[in-house]
Ligand binder design. Structure first.
Ligand code: NAP
Length: 288
């Protein structure tokens, strides 16, 4: 029961009814036996400043932030963590006695499965497919872990080049950009130790789509990561698995970003497996 002592948490977005976070966070809160409550917070874009002031007035301990507020919320906060500033988006707010600090836990969520599976990032050659919002966190995660080089493969060269140019200022790591189907793309596929799909190609309902990877070029030892989480195995991951590559889908990234947020708010280390299970159950309900 939510009592006057319960610490309140939530997720703000618009629309928000589809969010998997309440089920996932509530499962971890119950497992940990802590007096917190996590709810969905529908916040229309024009109501964002009032909503932030309202949650602060209501003494919420913190909240997650999702589309369309991840960037718009930044000037409304007192402080922005370095990762969130570099990525240019906040997905978690922590309220410390009325002082609001914005974080981006996508990067921790993305890196966690790689660490758990012992994938060596230092010195690795990385091929990232796509250069949108999620690619920013993936790219920063790679650069922070001292990879040898990154190639961004895209359909719109200007967008890829703009992202690369922005991040080149922060790193010594070589970042190249190429178009799908180009010669450089072929070379990057052959050299990659880690391939990450950050495009929505293959996501439900368009499950027959896939990024244009030629598996004959890819090393069977390359680790293949698709950050999509519906379906659990995209065509891209299925073809990678059939080629012999170790694979990872986006479920653990989603659960991991949630676990990192809950750790910030509560100081406990949440049960990430329990969060992942709650997430899968919700996804299966939606698939029915
Ligand atoms: P986004 O900002 O719209 O970026 C999408 C990227 O994919 C852009 O580079 C876009 O290229 C490219 N793209 C889109 N359609 C394409 C196509 N048909 N062919 C080639 N390239 C295409 O989206 P996002 O927020 O980064 O999200 C991307 C995916 O990541 C979604 O499936 C999302 O569900 C998933 N995601 C997962 C997690 C997680 O926790 N697991 C977190 C965030 C996102 P253009 O610039 O040319 O349009």
């Amino acid at each position: 029961m939510n009592t006057g002592k319960t610490k309140n948490l939530g997720v703000m977005g618009w629309p928000i009814a589809h969010s998997l976070s309440p089920a996932m966070q509530q499962a971890a809160i119950e497992k940990a036996g802590i007096d917190y409550s996590y709810i969905a917070l529908p916040v229309e874009p024009q109501a964002l400043p009032q909503a932030v002031a309202g949650l602060k007035a209501l003494n919420f301990r913190g909240w997650n932030v999702t589309i369309p507020h991840k960037t718009a919320i930044m000037p409304l906060l007192d402080e922005i963590d370095e990762d969130a500033a570099v990525i240019g988006a906040v997905n978690t707010v922590l309220n410390e006695d009325g002082r609001l600090k914005g974080y981006n836990t996508d990067i921790l969520g993305f890196l966690r499965p790689l660490q758990e599976q012992g994938v060596a990032l230092e010195g690795a050659k990385v091929l990232i497919l796509g250069a949108g919002g999620a690619a920013r966190a993936v790219l920063w995660g790679m650069l922070r872990n001292k990879v040898a080089s990154v190639v961004l493969a895209v359909r719109t060269l200007e967008k890829g080049e703009a992202l690369a140019q922005e991040f080149r200022q922060r790193t010594q790591v070589e970042i190249n950009v190429c178009a799908f189907g180009s010669e450089v793309f072929c070379q990057a596929q052959a050299q990659a130790d880690l391939l990450v799909n950050t495009t929505p190609l293959g996501m439900t309902p368009k499950v027959d789509a896939a990024p244009p990877v030629n598996w004959e070029l890819v090393k069977p030892t390359a680790f293949v990561y698709d950050i999509i989480y519906t379906p659990a195995e995209t065509r891209f991951l299925r073809e990678a698995r059939e080629h012999g590559c170790p694979t990872q889908n986006g479920e653990h990234m989603l659960a991991g970003q949630g676990a990192a947020a809950l750790a910030l708010w509560t100081g406990i280390e949440p049960d990430a497996d329990c969060m992942c299970m709650a997430l899968r159950q919700e996804l299966e309900k939606k698939e029915q």
